[in-house]
Write a protein that binds this ligand. Sequence first.
Ligand code: DI6
Ligand code: FE
Length: 431
Amino acid sequence: MDTSAHQSSRGEWDRVWINASIATMVAVDGSQGNPYGAAGQTALAVRGDRIAWIGTSDEAQAMARAHGVPVEDCGGAWMLPGLIDCHTHLIYGGSRVEEFEKRLCGVSYEEISRTGGGIQSTVTATRAADGDSLLAAATLRARRLMAEGVTTIEVKSGYGLELAAERRLLEVARELGRRLPLSVKTTYLGLHALPKESAHDRANYVDQASGPWLAALAGAGLVDAVDAFCENIAFSIAETERFLGAARSLGLPAHVHAGQLSDMGAAELAARFGALSADHLEYLSPAGAQALAAAGTVAVLLPGAYFTLRQTTPPPVPLLRHAGVALALATDCNPGTSPCTSLLLALNMGCTLFGLTPHEAIAGVTRNAARALGVQDEVGTLEVGKRADFALYRIDRPAELCYNLGANPCAGVVYGGIARLEADGPGGVRS
Ligand code: DI6
Ligand code: FE
């Protein structure tokens, strides 16, 4: 896409933002001075839901005066592409706060799972919840993400584990995208956990999830991609392969939960299927990293889960870097291992726990997160022709987004060219 400043006739702007420090997040090879892009360009114009022009504030003001274009003064705020949370389990019933509290009061994991805790308790609560209550709870979580400048999220199913409940989760995800100024990509996480009723019939569960359930959900237009938790406590390489093969035959792209607790070769499997992303990757071999690089599969790192599980082996970032794998970061928002609705906190953790540079971390929630969802032609960078999704931050430099612990410097969000300049907080998002 052309980032040059002269793409549209200035009379065709709907609105122009001036006096911003613009981080386009366009990859600039060998860029030393400003890896965030757009040095000297401080204005951005919008036409419809697209970015129409990027240039200097002087030019923008002259054109705005000549053509009567409305001007928004950013007052020196930093402008970034709308952030993308490319891995969430945002929709679920119930909460696991009691479990959290019990554990911290000395109750063992074994006791908790014997008494119905853990992932199965979320499955039970999710199956019992109706669409409206799932939507209400997910809306609250989505608004917390949006208040930080998030404009695109991925949402996985995986807490229904039976056709009707999985369908309800995916329908709620679609509804969320219709109701909020937020783009939602849906993922059918058919292989997340084995439901209790299938404890003695694994093969049948995998058959159902890969066959009739996948076909029905995809046929209803509810599935943008699929995902599987390939892990010794979840699903094997062979089971994951069966599921991904079924998805491929329907033309659906894949994500894979790979290497969270052990290296079973799930990254290589993801690469073999040309997956959009392989996620977690605390346990990854050099061959796995090479395979991801060769396939162009994005590594999605999830420091919230690493932190919550108090893991001590971080993903091998130097290995991934050296292999040339694109790195993304996400919240992994889920009730069990990452009850996190702050992508800015994930940025901080990506730097402090995993050793990403601030530039890598920010690319991981913009440009590379877009790639992880296959939406890089639409969003993820600020370029003429892309959707006008951007966020404004009151910060001195982009790294401040990673530096703060628990602050939200977002001063406004524009989604599809429509401004929401007031930082009106989680309750005040246009809907
Ligand atoms: N990896 C995780 O950490 C979560 N799911 C997954 O695939 C755990 C989900 C939960 O405990 O509810
Ligand atoms: Fe996850």
